[in-house]
Design a binder for this molecule. Structure first.
Ligand code: CP3
Length: 354
């Protein structure tokens, strides 16, 4: 595998990085930091290399993926890189007719709403995403001892795009299918679980040292509906990659009421948005899990002192927790001043140096 190119020394140093130690709830030299959507429009160097290249095309070019993934690591000194891609890439790779429209998000040409539509979802083979294997091989060599996080969309969030045909505020068609045809819904999520698991395996086998399952929109559901209609598929994904021993992170927005169940689904690290303080999140998730979060990304638009006050609150609320990965409560907003992000990394590192 691509991993064979790495020296044993490099692999050991990556394993001993602050980020992976925090994920395993081991003592760390400082609280590790990375940002969801750290690669992207907040960076002028990103906008420059993406000029004239469509989002999905950029995801299929290992040279661009490598450069874009490295940009925030170079600039901000974050403790982990996240593989530059999108949650719809594996769907595109199996032939779903979709595009990412600038300023809108993923748009699906033929939404999935009937049993016949399910046939669009064939299994994902590693050869469908050979550019991912290639890019991760290049990346792990360039990253040295900085860990690389692979990721995928969780079955519910992928289903929401496929059923709605695009981004949705209320997920009404998705819920209509979930409540109206539970068997079709279960079959849809089960197929998506297999695709997602296969996609995560490709990334881990190519050299990713952790994976994050994004269930961004699952906060739209009640705990009972989550447990009945979504959790079995997410459990299937986490079980499929359990044997690799790499930390599994699980994140969604507005999931305060679901944090316990999302941990139970099989995560080693539970991502928390900014609506629940970290100390309360610890109570909701229960023992044995690391937590990731949770500064409101909009706070970065306030003056430096205010950012530091709010970051301090996050650190204090997470103090005493073995296993805190500092992050935002959702992705970096496109108009964020990149300098504010660099200063925040430095602040967390100096404040938590042990
Ligand atoms: O740095 C990183 O975090 C890695 C890159 C990354 C992207 N998408 C790149 C991207 C990651 C982790 C994602 C995941 C993703 N994609 C999620 C889950 C994370 C979350 O934010 O909740 C979701 C829901 C999507 C679907 C999606 N793709 C949306 C909502 C958008 C934004 C649409 C827009 O233009 O505002 C995209 C497009 C997208 N994915 C962009 C980037 C950098 C912007 C497109 C561009 O730069 O041209």
């Amino acid at each position: 595998s691509a991993n064979d190119a790495l020296t044993g020394q490099q692999q050991t140093a990556t394993y001993d990085s602050a980020f992976l130690k925090a994920c395993r709830r081991e003592p760390v030299p400082h609280t590790p930091v990375w940002f969801m959507r750290q690669a992207g429009r907040s960076l002028p160097e990103y906008r420059k290399v993406r000029e004239g290249i469509a989002m999905l095309d950029s995801c299929m070019r290992p040279d661009l993926v490598t450069e874009i993934t490295l940009q925030p690591v170079r600039r901000h000194g974050v403790d982990a890189a996240i593989y530059f891609s999108d949650i719809v890439v594996p769907l595109k790779a199996i032939g779903i007719d979709l595009d990412i429209k600038p300023g809108i998000g993923p748009v699906v040409e033929n939404p999935i709403r009937s049993r016949a539509d399910l046939e669009q979802l064939r299994a994902l083979e590693p050869g469908d995403v050979s550019y991912v294997t290639e890019a991760i091989g290049m990346l792990t060599r360039e990253l040295g001892t900085t860990p690389l996080i692979g990721f995928a969309g969780a079955p519910f969030t992928l289903a929401s795009y496929l059923v709605e045909g695009g981004p949705s505020r209320n997920h009404e068609r998705t819920k209509a299918l979930m409540y109206g045809d539970p068997q079709l819904w279960a079959d849809l999520l089960d197929r998506l679980a297999d695709i997602t698991a296969a996609f995560l395996k490709v990334q881990i086998e190519a050299g990713a040292s952790a994976v994050q399952l994004f269930d961004s929109w699952v906060g739209a559901l009640s705990p009972a509906d989550y447990r009945r209609s979504v959790m079995p598929a997410s459990v299937k994904v986490f079980d499929a990659v359990a044997g690799y021993g790499v930390p599994r992170i699980h994140f969604g927005v507005g999931t305060g009421e679901l944090l316990g169940l999302m941990g139970e689904a099989g995560a080693d690290v539970v991502g928390v948005d900014w609506r629940v303080p970290m100390d309360e999140a610890v109570r909701r998730v229960g023992p044995g899990k690391a937590l990731q979060g949770n500064l409101d990304p909009a706070v970065l638009f306030a003056p430096r002192e205010a950012v530091e006050t709010k970051a301090r609150e996050v650190l204090d609320a997470a103090a005493g927790l073995p296993g805190h990965v500092f992050n935002l409560g959702h992705g970096v907003l496109p108009d964020t001043d990149p300098e504010a992000l660099t200063r925040l990394v430095e602040y967390v590192h100096t404040q938590t140096a042990r």
